[in-house]
Structures are given as structure tokens and as C-alpha cells.
Ligand binder design. Structure first.
Ligand code: COA
Length: 599
């Protein structure tokens, strides 16, 4: 077995919901970000407000952190259950920091440090501050700056009152002091040095909300649903600062319809939801496609169906996002692979929606939504935002064609009509917003002609369906043509994936490439329309395709198999509510390589 890369450290805190596991993890992440470390975090908690297992994991390193890795270097167990349910994942020789009575029995594979976190918290003046005792111990044990952590505590609890702040600062100090005085033989494990340049650290949900703001989104309507609510919470704070508006609607149907109304009226609009909410939005998406109204919908997938496991990971909505439509209601579907990608793909989603007057779905996912990752500070001057140009007001004889020119028949008044759905070579027509003189039109869900008038004759129907499909082809050409490629161009074994799983596959492939494995990987961002030519290019000469995704049926694998008539497609699936690790994937690469050698 290859030795573990010791430059990267993975620490997990596990305890009961309500014990402050998440706050401790978030504080650690903030401080690591300020020190300039590369970070990726993972958190999961129960659906209940109190009780059940809450877990926060942070992996830090000197370079971009692609995944959570395979094993834990440090497990901080707030109680016995935290130990029992996580100890299997602690690396041989890793460090266990724990707070429970019995001596942990696990075959002596780790170095154990008992720290009486609960008791010290009471000494500090607050039972709740157990998590801060843990942070004090972590700082002292693994070379994390105590003062930086104290600053973080001041920022987090400063507004909660003097007493709470004081007890938390005291708890931090008591945790560190306990280690100093009682643990003399220390494990050599240390957190890596940060670059010293503070990093932007965002969760997937925050990155999407931030990207939306940067892209010019000025209206949001939504209905809270785990794990998407954070998008709404973030925008509730920041949208009003840029003159935008946010509405908490009564349900998802209303949310989508409000967004359509805002967009029709000229405001770039967003809604966010999860699978059950997207299901409710499908009718509205049909109207947006028919009336050609720009719109962005974020679907933060979770383990379903129905209420399912709302706080757990899954990529089960791919078919719903692509095909969940009545008739030919095409939409664009984009799946970001990480936090930084989520920021930029959201901007792309808005550009596409506005330029092509179409609904766009961003297919995010729980593990990405809750994962905090460091990213480079965006260069806003370099970001291109599509600016919609509206047609000028018609003047005299240079106005729109007369209606008789567009065959309205006898007796129809001779007034100029704005050709809202004019057929053009790209399928994109001039759009106006209410109040633009001489450019009035009715947006309708009925089939219509170029002048927005309901019309059902076969010739018109053919032309208008083609016009809407033409836009999708243009989007494929302009935005969706490429896939990210990695590895040996002529390899016979290829891996592919989408969404956050793509990042874990990237990690696994890089690991095998460094061992000299003749493999390659490709990852699309746009899943509808598919980058067909780029994928076909990657599949040329490939005998085995390993597709990794978090759902039970291999939705993307089936697309690869059927759409490209590809043989040798193997789906590696995970649907238990937890994301992939690189170690889930590498054995299959080895198996494929052995098979390949037999050919
Ligand atoms: N001193 C004072 N307050 C503290 C503290 C300390 N040392 N440590 C934590 N807290 C506060 C936190 O600020 C937080 O308060 P807030 O709610 O006002 O922000 C609260 O205690 C909970 O702590 P936190 O660390 O955020 O969470 P936790 O690890 O204890 O776990 C959850 C609790 C998150 C599991 C649970 O509350 C929850 O929200 N469950 C999920 C519910 C859900 O989404 N269900 C799905 C419905 S479909």
C-alpha cells in the first residue's frame, strides 16, 4: 500500500446534535481559511433539532483539496456514540481525542488522548462550551494558533453577550491548558502551515448565492427546504444591499411563478429548492420554456424520494432535471463539481438564461451544498456578465410590420405588432419588458406565432418548436461543447462522473496516474444539452468506461451507455447517503486494468 500523504490532515468531530459539533467545525474552518490553508469540509447531521449523530470533518493541505480522502487522521469524539460510529475510519496510528468514561477498546490502533471536555466546560461557566474545550485541545495538540481561534470565538459569540463570550474563551483556554499539563508525550501530527494569505472560504450553497449576486440576480423567491435553505438565507442578507428583493413564498409552485413574473418584468430571478420542490416546479418550467422567460433554478439534491433523508447526500435528480417535463420543454442543466466551480457555473447559468431566454437548472447536491472549500478571490473585472439589449422603440414607418403582413385575415386592425418570437438563425428573439412603448406583447403558455398570438396550425407549430430547440443547439455550441479531460489521451480505460463526485473521481484518477496507470477521465459540466461531440471524442477507442455517481440506478451511466451506444460501461454506485471516497473508486480502476491486460 502507498504511504499516506502526510501533508494533508483530516480531522473529524463527532457528537450529538445540540452539542455544538457544527459550531466547532465551522470555527476551525474559518481560522484555517484566515491562515491561508487549502480546505475542504464535510458535515452531516440528523434531521432532528436535538439528538442523533452530528459530524463535521475538515481536511486541510498545502494544495487544493480534491476530496475528503479515505481515512481520518484525528477523531474528536464528544461521547461514546461518536467513538463507536466513527472509529472504524480512523487511520492506523491516527489520534483519538475523546470524552467518555470507559477506556476505548479498538485494538490499540490509535494514540488516545482523553480530555474531560464536559467537565472543563462546566468549570468555564457553561455546559454548552464543551466544543470550545475541544478546540483548545486541538490547538494545543496539533499546532493550531490559539489566539486565532480566540478571535474566531469573539466574532462568533461576541453578539451573544458578555457572559457567553467569556465562558467560551475560558473554555478554549482550559482545553489548551489541560493538554499542556496532562499530555506530555505528543503525537507528531501537525496542521500544515497556511500561506499567510487569507482565503475565501465558502460552502457550495454560499458559492451559488454569491455567484447569483455577481451575475446580476436581483430577485429571489423560494420555500425553505433542506439542504437548499442556506441559498435563500444568504441572499436574504445580501440581496437588499444591492437593491434586490427576496420573497419567502407559500410553496415551490408559487416560488417559481413569482420568479417568472419578476423575470418577465425585467429582473434576473432565482429560486432554490431540493428534489420534491423541483417536482412541483415542473409545470412552471414548461411555461417558462414556452413563454421564453429567463430563469435559474437551483436543485440541491438530497437522498429521497419524498422526505427521504433530507440531510444526506445523493445525486438522484438527474433524470428529473433533464427529462422532468411535459412535451418538449427543454431546459439547460448544469452540475458544478466543487465550490469554486459552483460560483462560476452559476454565473454561466445566468448568462445562458438571459441570453437564450430559457430556464436553467443548477444541479447541486447536499455534500457540495454543506462543504466549505477555499477558493481564489474572484477577479470581478474578468468576469463576463451578459447584458441584455432590448430593441429600440419603433418610429414611424420603421416600426414593426403591419399585422396583415403576418396573415391575420380580413377585418383585423392594421396595427404594428412587436415580433416577440421572431424566428432568427439562433432561435433567440427580441425581448421587451412591460412599459416599453411599442413593444408590448402577451407572454403565453399557448402555442403562438412570431407575434405572440395563439396559433395552432401545423406549419406554425413545427416552426416554433424548431425555434425553441434551435436555442438549445446554440447553447450546446456556445457554452456546453467541452468536457474537462485528465490523463492519457489514448487510454482504453476512461472514468467519468458529474457533480461533486467528479472531484472525488479526479482525486482517485490522479492517484492512479501518479502510479503510472494508463487511464483517463472526462467530466462534463453541462448535462443538458450534453456535450455530445466532446464525449464521443473521449470515448473513441475506449473499451471500459467506469461511471461513478450517487444514485441507485446509474442515471448518468445509462445516458453514456444508450446515447453513445457505448459498450463496457460499468456503473459504480453509492446511494447510502454518504459521498464517495477515492478509495471507493481505485479498486475498480485496478480491476479494469487487470481485465485490460488479459485482452
Ligand atoms: N456557546 C453558546 N452557544 C453555542 C455554543 C457555545 N459554545 N456552541 C454552539 N452553540 C449554539 C450555536 O450557535 C447554535 O445556535 P444557533 O442555532 O442560534 O445558531 C446552536 O448552539 C447549535 O449548535 P451547532 O454547533 O450549530 O449545531 P450542533 O452541532 O449542536 O447540531 C443540529 C445541531 C445542527 C444538528 C440541529 O440543530 C439541526 O439543525 N438539525 C437539522 C434540522 C434540519 O435541517 N432538519 C431537516 C428538516 S427537513
Amino acid at each position: 500500500m502507498k504511504p499516506r500523504d502526510t501533508r494533508y490532515v483530516c480531522l473529524r468531530i463527532a457528537g450529538e446534535g445540540g452539542e455544538g459539533v457544527i459550531s466547532a467545525g465551522e470555527l476551525l474552518t474559518q481560522v484555517a481559511g484566515r491562515l491561508g490553508m487549502h480546505i475542504q469540509t464535510y458535515k452531516t447531521f440528523p434531521s432532528e433539532i436535538r439528538g442523533g449523530m452530528a459530524v463535521y470533518q475538515i481536511r486541510v493541505g498545502p494544495d487544493v483539496v480534491l476530496s475528503q480522502g479515505d481515512r481520518l487522521d484525528v477523531l474528536v469524539a464528544f461521547n461514546r456514540e461518536g467513538f463507536d460510529r466513527n472509529i472504524e475510519e480512523l487511520d492506523r496510528g491516527g489520534v483519538l481525542v475523546y470524552d467518555f468514561e470507559e477506556e476505548p477498546a479498538h485494538g490499540g490502533v490509535s494514540v488516545n488522548y482523553p480530555v474531560p471536555m464536559g467537565k472543563l466546560a462546566v468549570d468555564a461557566g457553561s455546559k454548552r462550551a464543551k466544543n470550545m474545550v475541544a478546540l483548545g485541545a486541538i490547538c494545543e495538540l496539533f499546532g493550531f494558533p490559539l489566539e486565532g481561534m480566540a478571535d474566531g470565538i469573539r466574532r462568533k459569540f461576541g453578539e451573544k453577550g458578555e457572559k457567553i463570550l467569556e465562558s467560551n474563551l475560558k473554555a478554549l483556554e482550559l482545553g489548551a491548558e489541560y493538554v499542556r499539563e496532562n499530555i506530555t508525550a505528543r503525537h507528531e501530527l501537525r496542521f500544515p502551515e497556511g500561506s499567510g494569505k487569507p482565503k475565501v472560504v465558502l460552502s457550495g450553497n454560499e458559492a451559488i448565492a454569491f455567484g447569483a449576486l455577481a451575475a446580476g440576480c436581483r430577485f429571489f423567491a423560494g420555500y425553505p427546504i433542506t439542504p437548499a435553505t442556506e441559498v435563500m438565507e444568504w441572499l436574504a442578507k445580501y440581496l437588499p444591499r444591492v437593491g434586490g428583493a427576496l420573497v419567502q413564498a407559500e410553496d415551490e409552485i408559487a416560488s417559481l411563478c413569482m420568479c417568472m413574473g419578476a423575470s418577465f418584468a425585467g429582473k434576473t430571478a432565482l429560486t432554490s429548492t431540493s428534489g420534491p420542490g423541483l417536482a412541483l416546479m415542473t409545470e412552471g418550467l414548461g411555461l417558462a420554456a414556452m413563454a421564453e422567460i429567463p430563469l435559474v433554478v437551483v436543485d440541491v439534491q438530497r437522498a429521497g424520494p419524498s422526505t427521504g433523508m433530507p440531510t444526506k447526500a445523493e445525486q438522484g435528480d438527474l433524470y428529473l432535471a433533464i427529462y422532468g417535463a411535459h412535451s418538449t420543454a427543454k431546459r439547460v442543466v448544469i452540475a458544478p463539481t466543487g465550490v469554486e466551480d459552483a460560483f462560476y457555473q452559476t454565473i454561466a447559468a445566468f448568462n445562458i438564461a438571459v441570453k437564450y431566454q430559457t430556464p436553467v437548472i443548477i444541479l447541486s447536491e447536499q455534500s457540495l451544498a454543506y462543504s466549505k472549500q477555499s477558493m481564489a478571490r474572484p477577479d470581478f473585472d474578468a468576469i463576463e456578465i451578459f447584458e441584455e439589449q432590448f430593441p429600440p422603440e419603433p418610429k414611424g414607418d420603421e416600426g414593426w410590420p403591419q399585422v396583415d403582413e403576418v396573415t391575420m385575415g380580413e377585418g383585423y386592425p392594421m396595427t404594428p405588432v412587436f415580433p416577440r418570437y421572431l424566428r432568427t438563425h439562433t432561435g433567440v428573439s427580441p425581448r421587451s419588458i412591460p412599459g416599453m412603448k411599442g413593444r408590448e406583447y402577451r407572454a403565453t403558455g399557448l402555442e403562438h406565432d412570431e407575434y405572440a398570438r395563439p396559433r395552432y396550425d401545423p406549419k406554425n407549430r413545427r416552426a416554433m418548436v424548431d425555434k425553441r430547440l434551435q436555442k438549445i443547439e446554440e447553447i450546446r455550441r456556445e457554452y456546453g461543447g467541452e468536457v474537462e479531460v485528465l490523463g492519457e489521451p489514448d487510454a482504453e480505460i476512461a472514468l467519468t462522473s458529474w457533480g461533486p463526485t467528479a472531484s472525488v473521481v479526479r482525486h482517485a484518477v490522479m492517484r492512479k496516474l501518479s502510479e503510472g496507470a494508463p487511464i483517463k477521465a472526462f467530466f462534463p459540466r453541462m448535462l443538458c444539452p450534453m456535450p455530445d461531440n466532446a464525449i464521443r471524442r473521449q470515448l473513441r477507442g475506449v473499451t471500459r468506461v467506469i461511471v461513478c455517481e450517487m444514485n441507485a440506478e446509474g442515471q448518468y451511466a445509462k445516458i453514456i451507455r444508450h446515447r453513445y451506444s457505448q459498450r463496457g460501461v460499468y456503473a459504480i454506485l453509492k446511494d447510502q447517503g454518504v459521498p464517495f471516497k477515492p478509495g471507493d473508486i481505485t479498486p475498480y480502476i485496478d480491476m479494469a486494468l487487470e481485465e485490460a491486460m488479459r485482452i
